[in-house]
Design a binder for this molecule. Structure first.
Ligand code: ADP
Ligand code: ZN
Ligand code: MG
Length: 467
């Protein structure tokens, strides 16, 4: 938010469920959505006595990949710790997490050209879900627990307090999601709870280098809420400080209905959790050669690809952004250009009509339009037919006789007729009302069944009317 006297400081803690098939420390499946309550559970994730957890190798791999993608230093020796707290969403009475030795630290993420430092990336287990009376239960005053989610691999990505506004906080989370998806670490769907953000927010006098007291916003389950919650919290803190109050360090929830944040509980501190090394798991040694192999296997990340599309193909930033929303779209763009169509035209076609066509066919179609064999409208028609039939656009154009009318003599005849039939529009153009040209061109298009070469028709019409 822009306020001349105050500036906002924001750090995000983002949790992402990892895209593994089995849980963090047992072989239960991770697809808890839609499963009947407490069916994807076993002795380990139920916290029964006498059983031992086993580390999920794939979860470690995905966390290392993420940490690498965020430019982190990767720990060589790491371990898990117990975070002790008493709440029935984890029946063990503690969460297995990483405290002192996270898998990754000191990374960075570029957000809109600014660098946000990443403090750490660590691995832990998700908790179960409590259902309270009023959520979905018939019975009043009861709480039920579903432990299907307990033990699902969860990665936490903590940023330094480098974000300076609500928009930037949202863009950071969006960029992070893009990267998680690109490297296959998480499906990162916020609506499904696969990506959850906590925002730490403080304000300070503009120009000050000290941090103000922060509050932590929880219950944020969409990018829009994230932005709104942070925006409101910044405003609340500024109002509070300007009226002589102080910000209390606490956890606040976000009420979308009331569009405000509300106090939930006062802040807990690390010492409250009595962290200690998890005695049931061996230390985790990450082989540097393995880490290097993972680094080499990372795909080009969306922000880098965006920059490359701009530089290599001369595309506007906007186009590059649209094309890199997912890797398949960017792949289609590059393959179509490689098949011989001009980059900007390819970008327009892909962004404008989301074609699902083989690159060679798409390139052929675009060339037919660029070279003037068919016009854009016909191109869209051919696109549809090519998508439905899988046949090459060139063949379809020949077969349907879909070539556009670029013959000056033929067009001149049509134009004369249209002029004769629309004396009003002609008079308008002659009186200097250029918009009337559009109406005449519409008539020309109609008269040729959409086949007129509109560029040529426009030129001829202007010449004829001397406009
Ligand atoms: P805590 O001990 O309260 O968990 P941490 O130091 O672990 O605090 O930081 C948690 C998150 O809060 C990090 O993302 C960090 O960047 C952010 N943060 C810390 N101090 C501030 C502050 N004064 N204002 C905004 N964000 C902050
Ligand atoms: Zn289990
Ligand atoms: Mg913390």
């Amino acid at each position: 938010m822009t306020d001349s006297r105050w500036e906002a400081v924001i750090g995000l803690e983002v949790h992402a469920q990892l895209a593994t098939r089995s849980k963090m420390f047992c072989s239960c499946p991770t697809d808890y959505l839609g499963a009947p309550p407490n069916t994807n559970v076993c002795e380990v994730c139920l916290g029964l006595p006498g059983v031992l957890p086993v580390i999920n190798r794939r979860a470690v791999e995905l966390t290392v990949r993420t940490a690498l993608a965020l430019g982190c230093r990767i720990a060589r020796h790491t371990r898990f710790d117990r975070k002790n707290y008493f709440y029935p969403d984890l029946p063990k009475g503690y969460q297995i997490s990483q405290y002192e030795l996270p898998i990754g630290r000191e990374g960075r993420l570029e957000v809109n050209g600014r660098t946000v430092r990443i403090t750490r990336v660590h691995l832990e287990e998700d908790t179960g879900k409590l259902l309270h009376a009023g959520d979905a239960l018939e019975t009043a005053g009861e709480s039920l627990v579903d432990l299907n989610r307990a033990g699902v691999p969860l990665m936490e990505i903590v940023s330094e307090p480098d974000l300076t506004g609500a928009d930037e906080a949202r863009d950071y989370a969006v960029t992070l999601r893009e990267i998680l998806r690109a490297i296959g670490a998480s499906e990162a769907d916020m609506e499904k709870g696969q990506l959850r953000a906590e925002a730490n927010v403080s304000v300070r006098p503009r120009g000050s280098t000290e941090l103000g007291v922060k509050t932590e916003l929880k219950n944020i389950n969409s990018f829009r809420f994230l932005q709104r919650a942070v925006e409101h919290e910044i405003r609340r803190q500024i109002r509070l400080l300007e009226s002589g109050g102080v910000v209390v360090q606490e956890t606040r929830g976000w009420s979308e209905a009331e569009q405000r944040t509300f106090s939930q509980r006062t802040k807990e501190y690390a010492q409250d959790y009595r962290y200690f090394p998890e005695p049931d798991l061996p230390p985790l040694e990450l082989d540097p050669a393995w880490v290097e192999r993972l680094r080499a296997s990372l795909p080009e990340l969306p922000p880098a690809r965006r920059r490359r599309l701009v530089e290599q193909y001369g595309l506007p930033e906007f186009d590059a952004g649209q094309l890199t929303l997912d890797a398949a779209t960017a792949d289609l763009f590059e393959a179509t250009v490689a098949a011989g169509a001009p980059p900007k035209q390819v970008a327009n076609w892909i962004i404008g009509s989301r074609p699902s066509l083989a690159p060679e066919h798409l390139a052929e179609l675009i060339r037919l339009v660029v070279e003037g064999t068919i016009n854009r409208e016909q191109g869209l028609q051919v696109l549809e037919e090519a998508q439905a039939s899988g046949r090459p656009p060139g063949e379809l154009v020949r077969e349907r006789g879909l070539t556009q009318v670029s013959d000056e003599a033929a067009l001149a005849g049509v134009i004369e007729r249209v002029l004769a039939e629309n004396p009003r529009a002609v008079a308008d153009v002659r009186a200097g009302r250029q918009q009337a040209i559009g109406a005449l061109l519409g008539q020309v298009r109609q008269a040729t069944g959409g086949r007129a070469n509109m560029k040529l028709a426009t030129e001829m019409l202007r010449r004829r009317l001397g406009s």
